[in-house]
Write a protein that binds this ligand. Structure first.
Ligand code: IPE
Ligand code: IPE
Ligand code: MG
Length: 228
């Protein structure tokens, strides 16, 4: 289906990789590998149907609590993903920006991230990859920046202009796979009036048809923004 007119930004909380692997008697890392392939397929599909902004939640500030082996596997996959997917992103006109804290991420990974951002800079479509991302950390970072600029009183526009996704519009629709009814520290500022869509489908099983189902549901929503 085509992108519904009032939707310019879709975000995905890509959850359920571990359970997908466990269901198959595989180590959790296999779920992340399958999830990385799904990521590519879904991002491409969103671009194909004309969605201008896509955000994916890849690694949270809380995900460091996981066993080192799993964390290492996630970052290895990311590096391989960047190597393999870069030419395709350029060809598809997708500009990538990583959102989240760089501190804590290894130098090698930072180099890859910088390369991907640099090589895709200025392209028309936008892909935000939330990596070492926390919504609360993002808001604290914005406030600290404003304090450093000498501000003593701040308003909503000030914060909006200092968050990672500025000047992109807030997500119209946030899709969470894996069936949990929570936001898990994702886009706390930007999600004020986002529509939420939660599916039990585990992320590696997510298909373009599942995206269509979310978009159909989005079209039926009545966004009131507090009005009548
Ligand atoms: C989401 O899948 C990916 C990351 C958080 C990196 P999970 O690994 O959380 O999968 P489940 O929720 O344990 O199934
Ligand atoms: C949210 O999933 C983070 C990502 C998808 C990257 P989690 O699996 O970390 O969330 P919780 O722990 O179930 O809230
Ligand atoms: Mg999870």
């Amino acid at each position: 289906m085509d992108c519904p007119a009032p939707l310019s930004h879709i975000a995905f909380i890509m959850d359920g990789n571990g359970r997908w692997a466990q269901k198959r008697g595989l180590p959790r890392e296999h779920g992340h590998k399958a999830g990385a392939e799904t990521f590519r397929r879904i991002v491409n599909y969103c671009g194909d149907i004309g969605i201008k902004y896509v955000t994916v939640y890849a690694f949270s500030t809380e995900n460091w609590k996981r066993p080192k082996r799993e964390v290492d596997a996630i970052f290895d996959l990311l590096c391989r993903y960047i190597d393999n997917y870069l030419p395709e992103l350029v060809m598809r006109g997708v500009s990538v920006k990583f959102i989240g804290e760089r501190s804590g991420i290894s130098k090698d990974v930072i180099k890859k991230i910088d390369l991907l951002e640099e090589k895709t800079d200025g392209l028309d479509k936008k892909l935000f990859i939330a990596l070492n991302y926390g919504g609360r950390a993002e808001i604290c970072g914005a406030v600290n920046r404003l304090i450093a600029e000498g501000k003593t009183k701040i308003n909503e526009d000030d914060i909006s202009s200092c968050i990672y996704t500025y000047p992109a519009p807030d997500p119209d629709l946030i899709v969470r796979t894996g069936g949990e009814y929570r936001i898990s520290n994702f886009m706390l500022w930007q999600a004020a009036y986002s529509e939420l869509y939660i599916t039990d489908t585990l992320w590696p099983d997510m298909t373009p048809s599942d995206v269509d189902l979310a978009l159909e549901e989005f079209k039926r929503r009545n966004r009131r923004y507090g009005g009548v």
